[in-house]
Design a protein around this ligand. Sequence first.
Ligand SMILES: Nc1nc2c(ncn2[C@@H]2O[C@H](COP(=O)(O)OP(=O)(O)OP(=O)(O)O)[C@@H](O)[C@H]2O)c(=O)[nH]1
Ligand SMILES: [Mg+2]
Length: 333
Amino acid sequence: MKTAIIGFSGSGKTELFRALAGPGVSGSRAMVKVPEPRLEPLSELFRPKKITHIEIEYLDPPGGGARALGSRVLSDIRGVDCLLAVLDAFTGAQDPVAQKDSIEAELVISDMAVIEKKLDRIREDRKKDRHLYDPLEEELLIQALQLLEHENPLRTERTLARHEALKGFAFLSAKPILYAWNVNENRIMDFNLPAEEPDQAHIAFSARLEREMSELEDQQEVEEFMRDLGVTGSVLDRVVSKTFELLGLITYLTTAEKQVRAWPLKRGRNAWEAAGAIHSDIQKGFIRAEVLSWEDFLRCKSFKKAKELGLLRLEGREYIVQDGDIITFRFNV
Ligand SMILES: Nc1nc2c(ncn2[C@@H]2O[C@H](COP(=O)(O)OP(=O)(O)OP(=O)(O)O)[C@@H](O)[C@H]2O)c(=O)[nH]1
Ligand SMILES: [Mg+2]
């Protein structure tokens, strides 16, 4: 899972990157552990050799301009799953809404250029009577272009944006986007965020304070800091939870003495697909999934007791995995 931090120069991207990645990070790329409080009680029980968090890779691509992302950044972010756009709402130098509009415009224009180039090639191809192109692809590209010409990012038409036939283009305006409004520390709570739209979400935060907070070692100090700010979680907590919502992800857990681990899964996927995400052998030899919900685990704090109470369920491959499920896969090798 990859997220690129974008925004104009001086908006606070690197401060946010440092806040997310923690002290000691260098360069413009970091693997960040997703905070997962449910791993701790499980680890106390299983005493595993290894505790493995879900990780998100954050990129802080250098080279943006004061009033534009620029073509270099645009080409560096094609491969990511999600965009995290930082808006300067703390210096007063630039209207943050106008920044948001110009970022959207850049994403839209970049996608238009990709489509126009491709449609040109299709036209050439047709002229030469080679007909190597896919008519469905052409049809979808024309639809997408119309949307973009009306200044609508592709993500506003979810079915089109996520169409299998367009995946390869990795359109920038089709990617889910989280706007992080970098506001003055005393305005975090009363800052008026825009309404959420499909595949678009917003948070208000102070990049400077969050970076400073991420450098504190004393957990009590962190909590005091957050209380003063009036926020309930660190920017990492908030960014991650919004990212999971945007990408439609839930978390399930696996346990063993060797390893206790959290895994991401698209909401609505079944046990068989969850097994495949771990290993193709587990999927191929799938027999059943033993599932304990997080709530039931909290009630019993023991698998033995859960079993006695009949809370440990045996599920087949069609079972739709729920957030917080603790799953043991039984499989043939
Ligand atoms: N007071 C205050 N200063 C901030 C805040 N966020 C960033 N700054 C300062 O603004 C300057 C630019 O922040 P950066 O995070 O380096 O900005 P950037 O977006 O990475 O900029 P480029 O790398 O040039 O694209 C730094 O001096 C930061 O300390 C904030 O929330 N409050
Ligand atoms: Mg920077």
